[in-house]
Design a protein around this ligand. Structure first.
Ligand SMILES: Cc1cc2nc3c(=O)[nH]c(=O)nc-3n(C[C@H](O)[C@H](O)[C@H](O)COP(=O)(O)OP(=O)(O)OC[C@H]3O[C@@H](n4cnc5c(N)ncnc54)[C@H](O)[C@@H]3O)c2cc1C
Length: 429
């Protein structure tokens, strides 16, 4: 990695950040740019930065089409994408504005495609245009469908390289990044500030920001001066952008990819997506030619038994217990059991994945698909069983907690970091 890590976090600092994914690192960088000289310490459990979602995703710079106008996702994705492109240019990080098609495969999907177009225009997505079958064939000759949206501003990037560059900037600005150091507890003493108990001892800070991804609800403050709603934790305050904080827990959803083998990979030039179900925060099985030129088909969306279930067989009893203790889990399953069965089929049957991919590219067969990588989404689920769609950041006495940062939070990381930094600055005074 480009940044030199500090083996042990400092005993004291102004701001402690838990998690060296894209959000933790972008937040540290943003605050150091605003306040040079601020003592900022990033503490990460894994030996490297971007070890979880930030390094196990589709690698797509989303243009901002899908999101409900006015939502944080809508506000932060479009600006975040343009800032990310500029950051990649500045740091010579591999990226490409390759464009993407969202394809309606039959007339029944057209009303939803219309709605996506309306949202994309409302969100200010650059260059969005509607294509008929002939128009989409010019861009992706093997695609079949009745209509599509073309987003020329959607791109691909090496997100782990972005994280390494962010870590490099943090260190260059005088911050520290410590990897291989799990934060075990976050204490909010009555006298103010925050104390992080971690693998190398303790770090006191005036304020903390917890960007723990799929572990967002594990590290909750004890002894906080302000109570909150989240099941015994002391998390209260408002979501970024205002509004009430939903009572949420993380339920891990594994996203597995298959790789389209050569020479069949030539069937896909760039990015091909279905029209998604607007009720779900997942985008459906899509085809993405990554920055490494491999074509990935996926991801699946299967509820799993560990927050780091990169293998389907991985079980972490504490994660299973947390999922089963949460009333929202049962309400979600009751509502989405049919989708759950489809996802089980995608997880265990390559033919089921090939069938989904064949809706756009009829040539794809199961034997063209090889096992590929996987990621695990830290998806917040409400007490009522709702899959929380928007970004959520809540506040306890001396800490901000990123409670839900699903896709497109990697794209939006620089912009989301700015909203988090605004709140940290207000709190630091
Ligand atoms: C399958 C999949 C596909 C996706 N595709 C895209 C995409 O194409 N484009 C896009 O924009 N977004 C995508 N996303 C979403 C995106 O990856 C995430 O929104 C983003 O990476 C979140 O970053 P983060 O920093 O919040 O979380 P993470 O990257 O998960 O980082 C959290 C970090 O906190 C650390 N941590 C947790 N607990 C502790 C602790 N107690 N002590 C110390 N460290 C701790 C973890 O080790 C981890 O490194 C995808 C996600 C998945 C899973």
């Amino acid at each position: 990695m480009t940044a030199t890590t500090t083996p042990v976090p400092p005993a004291a600092c102004d701001l402690a950040i838990v998690g060296a994914g894209l959000l933790g690192l972008a937040t540290a960088r943003e605050l150091l740019r605003r306040q040079p000289g601020l003592k900022v310490a990033v503490i990460e459990r894994e030996p490297d930065v971007a070890a979880h979602q930030s390094g196990h995703n589709s690698g797509v710079i989303h243009a901002g089409i899908y999101y409900k106008p006015g939502s944080l996702k809508a506000q932060l994705c479009v600006t975040g994408a343009s800032e990310l492109y500029a950051f990649c240019e500045q740091h010579a990080i591999d990226h490409e504005r390759c464009g993407k098609l969202v394809v309606a495969t039959d007339a029944s999907e057209l009303p939803r495609l219309d709605e996506l177009e309306r949202r994309g225009v409302a969100n200010g997505v650059p260059g969005l245009r509607r294509l008929d079958a002939a128009g989409m064939a010019e861009i992706e000759p093997h695609v079949r469908g009745v209509a599509a949206l073309h987003s020329p501003d959607t791109g691909i990037v090496d997100f782990p390289a972005v994280a390494r560059a962010l870590a490099g900037e943090v260190v260059a600005a005088g911050g520290t990044v410590t990897t291989g150091c799990a934060v075990e507890q976050l204490l909010e003493p009555a006298g103010g500030g925050v104390e992080l108990v971690h693998a190398h001892g303790r770090t006191r800070a005036r304020r903390a920001v917890v960007c723990a991804g799929a572990w967002a609800d594990v590290l909750v403050p004890r002894g906080a001066s302000r109570g909150g709603a989240a099941g015994g934790s002391a998390v209260g305050g408002g979501a970024v952008g205002g509004g009430a904080v939903p009572d949420v827990r993380i339920v891990p959803f594994r996203g597995a990819y298959r790789v389209l083998r050569e020479p069949r990979a030539e069937l896909v030039k760039a990015l091909i997506y279905p029209v998604p179900d607007p009720e779900l925060p997942f985008l459906g099985i899509h085809l993405t030619r990554g920055i490494d030129r491999e074509v990935h088909v996926g991801p699946t969306a299967l509820m799993v038994a560990a927050r780091d279930a990169y293998r389907l067989s991985r079980i972490v009893p504490a994660d299973v217990a947390a999922t089963l203790r949460w009333p929202g889990t049962y309400r979600m399953v009751r509502r989405w059991w049919r989708t759950g069965f489809d996802e089980l089929r995608h997880a265990f049957s390559t033919e089921a994945v090939a069938k989904s991919a064949r809706r756009f590219i009829p040539e794809i067969q199961a034997e063209d698909l090889l096992p590929g990588p996987s990621g695990v989404r830290g998806q917040a689920v409400g007490r009522d069983g709702a899959l929380i769609d928007d970004f959520v950041v809540s506040e306890s006495a001396a800490a901000l907690h990123v409670r839900n940062a699903p896709s497109p939070a990697a794209t939006a990381s620089l912009a989301l970091a700015r909203s988090i930094a605004d709140r940290v600055e207000r709190a630091l005074g």
